[in-house]
Design a binder for this molecule. Structure first.
Ligand code: UD1
Ligand code: MG
Length: 454
C-alpha cells in the first residue's frame, strides 16, 4: 500500500467561539477537538502528520507537542487550498495525502479506512444534508460522475438545490495534489484559494474522482460555536451510552452519563445517573457505580459497589469492595479484595490488603496496611512533616482506635491495638494495646468558672 501523509487544517480563528483559545483546542469529551483528529490520524499509521496552524500564536503546537506531528504556520490564511499548500514541502510525492479538519473531531476510523479502500484517484468524503446551506456542493454529470465542487457563494440557483455536500475531507495522490495546488486561482466570490477547485482539475485530467459517505452525519459535523460544541458533545455521549447499553451495561439514564475517554465494562455492570468517567476506566463484572460518582483512570474488579458521590482517581480497586458514599481515592490507591472505605475517607498512595476497613472520616496517605485491619473513625496518618512525606505501616489484624493520629514514619505491628484518641509517634509492638493519651481522672469538688462581675 502507498504510504500515507495526513494534513490537518487548523489555522482558522473560530471567531464565533468568542474565546482567546484557538478553536481546535476547545474540548469535546475531555480532549481538544484536534486531538480527536490526531488520534484517528494515528490509527491510519501515516508516515507524517502535518498540522496547519495560524491563529493563537504557538498555542496549538505547544498543546500538541507530544503528538509527533509537524507544525506548519499558515500566515496569512488565504483559503483551504493555500493551507494545504503550506504542507507540500513536508509531503512525499509517492504518498497519498489525506486532508482532515481540526474542527471536525468525530470522523470514525471505519469511514477513513473506506476512503483508503476507494481506489487510487481523488476520494471525497461527502454527505447528503436536508439543509445544505453554506456547504460546497458536489456537482455530478448525467452519468452521476463527479465534475466539480462549487462553493455556496459561487453556486448558481440550480446548483444550490444539490443536497450532496463536501465535508472537506479528501484523499489525493500527493504528486497530483502538488500540481493541482500550484494552479489554484483565487478569482472567486471569496477571493480565496479553494482546495475544492482541485476536483475539476482531476476530472479534466481524466483522474477518477470517487466519493465515500460516512455512516452517521455527526462524523462530519464541524464546530464553529459553543452551541455546536455542546450539541456534538451530547451526540457523542449518546452514541457512547447506546454502545454500552447494546453491550449489556445497565444505565439508569443513558442521557445522564459522561464518558471522557474510554469505559470498558464487564457483564451486568450498573451505572446510576450523573456519573463521569475520565481517561481509561475498567469496571469488572457486576460492578455498581452510584449516582454522581467520578471515576478517572481506575480499575475496579468484579462485584465492587461504589456508593454515590465518590471520587476515584488513578486507583486500583479489588473485588467485592464497598466504596463510599463520599469516598475519595486519590492517585496511587490500591485496594485488595473486600476492602471497605466509607464516607469522608480520603486515601492516597496507599496499599490496603484484603478485608480491611476504614469506614468513617479518615485520611490515609503513604501507607501500607495489612489484611483485616480496622481503621477507626477519624484516624489520620500524619504523613507530612512540612518538608517530606513519610510512610505508615500497619500489620495484619491491627485495630486502630478512633481519632488516632499516626505520626509517620511509624509502624504498627500486626495484631496491635491502638487505644482511641492516641497520638502514635513510635512503633508499636505486636499483639499489645498501645495508647498515648493521659489516664482519665475526675476531680472532686471542681467548680466551673463563673462570669466575672463588670
Ligand atoms: C470548506 C469547503 C466546503 C465544505 C466546508 C465543510 C473549501 C473552499 N470549501 O468551506 O466545500 O463544504 O468546508 O465544512 O474548501 N482553514 C485553514 N486555513 C485557511 C482557511 C481554512 O486552516 O486559510 C481551515 C479552517 O480552520 C477550517 C477548515 O479549514 O478548519 C475549513 O475552513 P472554512 O473557512 O470553514 O471553509 P468553509 O468555507 O466552511
Ligand atoms: Mg467551515
Amino acid at each position: 500500500m502507498t504510504t500515507l501523509n495526513i494534513v490537518i487544517l487548523a489555522a482558522g480563528k473560530g471567531t464565533r467561539m468568542y474565546s482567546d483559545k484557538p478553536k481546535v483546542l476547545h474540548s469535546l469529551a475531555g480532549k481538544p477537538l484536534v486531538q480527536h483528529v490526531l488520534d484517528r490520524a494515528g490509527e491510519l499509521q501515516p508516515q507524517r502528520v502535518c498540522v496547519i496552524y495560524g491563529h493563537g500564536g504557538d498555542a496549538v503546537p505547544a498543546a500538541l507537542q507530544e503528538s509527533g506531528a509537524t507544525f506548519v504556520l499558515q500566515e496569512p490564511q488565504l483559503g483551504t487550498g493555500h493551507a494545504v499548500q503550506q504542507a507540500l514541502p513536508h509531503l512525499a510525492d509517492d504518498s497519498q495525502t489525506l486532508v482532515l479538519y481540526g474542527d471536525v473531531p468525530l470522523t470514525q476510523h471505519k469511514t477513513l479506512h473506506q476512503m483508503q479502500q476507494a481506489g487510487a484517484g481523488l476520494v471525497l468524503l461527502t454527505v447528503n444534508l436536508p439543509d445544505p446551506t453554506g456547504y460546497g456542493r458536489i456537482v455530478r454529470n448525467a452519468n452521476g460522475d463527479v465534475q466539480s465542487i462549487v462553493e455556496q457563494k459561487d453556486a448558481s440557483p440550480e446548483q444550490l438545490k444539490i443536497s450532496e455536500v463536501n465535508t472537506g475531507i479528501l484523499l489525493a495522490p500527493t504528486q497530483h495534489l502538488r500540481t493541482w495546488l500550484s494552479k489554484l486561482q483565487n478569482n472567486n466570490a471569496q477571493g480565496e484559494y479553494y482546495l475544492t477547485d482541485i476536483v475539476a482539475m482531476a476530472v479534466q485530467q481524466g483522474i477518477a474522482v470517487r466519493t465515500v459517505q460516512p455512516t452517521q452525519i455527526w462524523e462530519v459535523e464541524g464546530i464553529n460555536s459553543k452551541i455546536q460544541l455542546a450539541a456534538l458533545e451530547r451526540t457523542w455521549q449518546q452514541v457512547q451510552a447506546a454502545d454500552l447499553l447494546a453491550a449489556g451495561v445497565t444505565l439508569a439514564d443513558p442521557a445522564r452519563i459522561d464518558i471522557r475517554g474510554k469505559l470498558i465494562c464487564g457483564r451486568d455492570v450498573e451505572i446510576d445517573v450523573g456519573c463521569i468517567f475520565e481517561g481509561e476506566v475498567r469496571l469488572g463484572d457486576r460492578v455498581r457505580v452510584g449516582a454522581y460518582s467520578i471515576v478517572r483512570n481506575t480499575r475496579i474488579a468484579q462485584g465492587t459497589a461504589v456508593a454515590p458521590y465518590s471520587h476515584l482517581e488513578d486507583s486500583e480497586v479489588g473485588a467485592n469492595c464497598h466504596i463510599g458514599p463520599y469516598a475519595r481515592l486519590r492517585p496511587g490507591t490500591k485496594l485488595a479484595d473486600e476492602v471497605h472505605v466509607g464516607n469522608f475517607v480520603e486515601i492516597k498512595n496507599s496499599d490496603i490488603a484484603a478485608k480491611s476497613k476504614a469506614n468513617h472520616l479518615s485520611y490515609i496517605g503513604d501507607s501500607t496496611i495489612g489484611s483485616r485491619v480496622n481503621i477507626g473513625a477519624g484516624t489520620i496518618t500524619c504523613n507530612y512533616d512540612g518538608a517530606n512525606k513519610h510512610r505508615t505501616i500497619i500489620g495484619d489484624d491491627a485495630f486502630i482506635g478512633s481519632d488516632t493520629q499516626l505520626v509517620a514514619p511509624v509502624t504498627v505491628a500486626k495484631g496491635a491495638t491502638i487505644g482511641a484518641g492516641s497520638t502514635i509517634t513510635k512503633d508499636t509492638p505486636e499483639g499489645q494495646l498501645t495508647l498515648s493519651r493521659s489516664k482519665q481522672i475526675s476531680i472532686e469538688g471542681w467548680q466551673r468558672p463563673q462570669k466575672g462581675k463588670k
